[in-house]
Design a binder for this molecule. Sequence first.
Ligand code: ZN
Length: 502
Amino acid sequence: MSIDPLGEFLSRMHELKDLGGVLGVLSWDQETYMPPKAAECRAQQLGTMQGLYHERLTAPELGHALAALGARPDLTPDLTAMVRNVRWERDRAMRVPARLVKELAERQSLAVEAWRGARVRKDFALFRPHLEALVALRREQADALGHEGERYDALLEAYEPGMRVERLAPLLERVRESLVPLVRAIVGSGRRPANPLAGCSFDPARQWDFTLRVLRDMGFDLEAGRQDRSTHPFTGGGGHPSDVRLTTRLLADNPISGLMSTIHEAGHGLYEQGFAAGDARTYLAQAPSFGLHESQSRFWENLIGRSRPFWAHYLPQVRAVFPLELQGVELGPFYAWLNGVEPSLIRVEADEVTYNLHILVRFEVELALMRGELEPRDLPEAWNARMRDYLGVVPRDDAEGVMQDIHWAWGEFGYFPTYTLGNLYSAMLLEALLRDVPTLWESVARGDLRPARDWLRTRIHLAGYRLPAEDLVEQVTGSRLDERPFLRYLAGKYRPLYGLEP
Ligand code: ZN
């Protein structure tokens, strides 16, 4: 064993972060510029790198260093947090037998292939055996990871450390009980805002330039990051605040769609660029949870990017870029259309109000799957029944129903709730921000986004992963996770928009 466990720990932690960054750049390239014929070679390279990462993470030397440091009471709070974060990841990796890791990886790539084919043919039966295998493997993995009777907890822990079904389920149920009647009332209002952009086509080059302008206004540093195009927008890169890569997707008939995707990813990107320079290459330069990461993207996309003050400033600017296409488009009708609520079948196209009901459907059925209360063969029926009850719409086939997302084909169970947690956290943060900066909306209406960016940077980004997500949010807002700010936000915005009683 090394005589200097701290030096050993630090150099191994830096190495893990470097390897993670290399994996990030390879994956980014795979989704953006890699020539199509390189797909097989890249898959092999990624497999090799992941194997190397796993080997370094589970190396006995790292275990010895962690054990030696764990016994030392004189560590600084930052070192204590680093040790805790590395140990958390290592312990989880150690608990799952190599055979299971390998079987999962093999099953995942087969299942994704089968899922693609089954979607095209709208035939769940083609996907079902793969899903059955993945569910069985994930149940086994959850048991290997360890839990106190609730398998889902062990999987949820990967994305939302510390969160438990016991707390999450009642909270999401309250969200559902509040949203179902709100959606019904909105539908019942009979208002369906018209699309003021209908029938127009928008030059992609001008759209692209406009997304870059908004990126700069948000304070995204294009010398420490970049934006490219991909089929599915994401944020990735070198895992370092100096190398943060966003992607977006532009639509010819709707310039707002691409802009919203840029703003969403920039919310993630500002978080990644906002970690303290001194924390780079350590396990402090990361978000404490997926939900908190998502709170940043949703804060920018929805709370700021779909607000009236934001568009009071930016609509004239978009109009200047597309003067013919946007001739006569006024703020009121534009804002109503941008925030149109309509129950639909597809999660990624859903509005702010119905979105979380899509998540509820997924959470409830995947929880039942992990509990063994539901088997994959009964999934379409369980899905469709909930869609009808919560949203009042029923898929015509399983491609636009239970097979619409890639997550389950990847064997990812426990991920979906982080989207809703992001929404809940974002609304809590907005209420706290407005207490600290009461002039926020005036700044936004002038196109000055710095007060919001700076507030998030000092309170959330610079904190990195020193505290668990909920503790950090409590430190910033004064409250533990709470669904009420989000429900207040929705009621305050959408009841007036749809002419409903407050
Ligand atoms: Zn996101």
